[in-house]
Design a protein around this ligand. Structure first.
Ligand SMILES: Nc1ncnc2c1ncn2[C@@H]1O[C@H](COP(=O)(O)OP(=O)(O)O)[C@@H](O)[C@H]1O
Ligand SMILES: [Mg+2]
Length: 221
């Protein structure tokens, strides 16, 4: 799947929420097309509750942009969606949605906040957000904990789809750890930038953690 570059926009968000702000743009069409493929993929399953990690071989290849727009696109279709910022190394989803990150995933995993209390209702109907929460010194341990698994299971019962943003595969072990709690993984690759060797290596690293359900080719010119 190829995502076209955003041509022009009045957006000021750090991460472009183009799907929410310009439903008619070319890129919004592309996200709808990804959504169609994705829905046909999960339709066959008995349970409609599905958990997916979105990651990429390297940083800056479009994970956050893709997962945020994809989440919006699914919510616009009437799905109940939870978007989780599990990039505890470089959290950005709270900037995209312009919300506070005072509490979030890290606070829940540290037992400081209840999951329900950390959830934020975004301006997009049906789309809830769990931001990363304050920085911690042991992200991989937190993400590998039983509490993380329990959190994802609880989320999958409450939401139609759970999408999880994460750090890059080749940089940290976090995404491999998160992937082991998820039903599937979507790999974002940047057109003209991501090296094929990195894609192969990333696939190898995550292959025994979960199923690779799709690759999104992010065309950022
Ligand atoms: N398709 C795109 N069109 C325009 N800008 C993009 C696109 N994809 C990503 N970007 C921009 O590139 C930068 C890195 O993208 P981001 O989604 O934050 O990557 P990652 O989460 O993988 O580190 C951001 O400033 C983002 O707005
Ligand atoms: Mg990111």
């Amino acid at each position: 799947m190829r995502i076209m570059n955003r041509k022009s926009s009045h957006l000021t968000n750090k991460v472009n929420l183009v799907t929410a702000n310009n439903k008619r743009s070319k890129i919004s069409e592309e996200y709808r097309s990804i959504r169609t493929n994705f829905l046909s993929l999960i339709k066959d399953k008995e349970s409609q509750s599905q958990t997916f990690i979105i990651t990429s071989p390297n940083r800056g290849e479009g994970k956050t942009t893709t997962v945020a727009n994809f989440a919006i696109s699914l919510a616009q279709l009437g799905k109940k969606v939870l978007l989780i910022d599990a990039n505890l190394r470089k959290a950005t989803l709270h900037f995209s949605f312009k919300v506070s990150n005072y509490v979030g995933l890290s606070s829940v995993l540290l037992g400081k906040t209840l999951f329900e209390d950390a959830i934020i209702e975004t301006e997009i109907q049906g789309l809830n957000l769990l931001t990363s929460g304050p920085d911690t010194y042991n992200p991989a341990d937190l993400l590998g904990s039983t509490l993380m698994r329990t959190l994802i299971e609880a989320a999958s019962e409450k939401y139609d789809v759970v999408l999880i943003d994460s750090p890059s595969v080749l940089e940290f072990t976090d995404s491999k750890i998160i992937a082991s709690h998820c039903d599937g993984l979507i790999l974002v690759i940047q057109w003209g930038k991501t090296k094929s060797n990195d894609v192969i290596l990333a696939q190898k690293i995550i292959s025994d953690s979960t199923k690779l359900v799709g690759v999104i080719l992010n065309d950022r010119k």
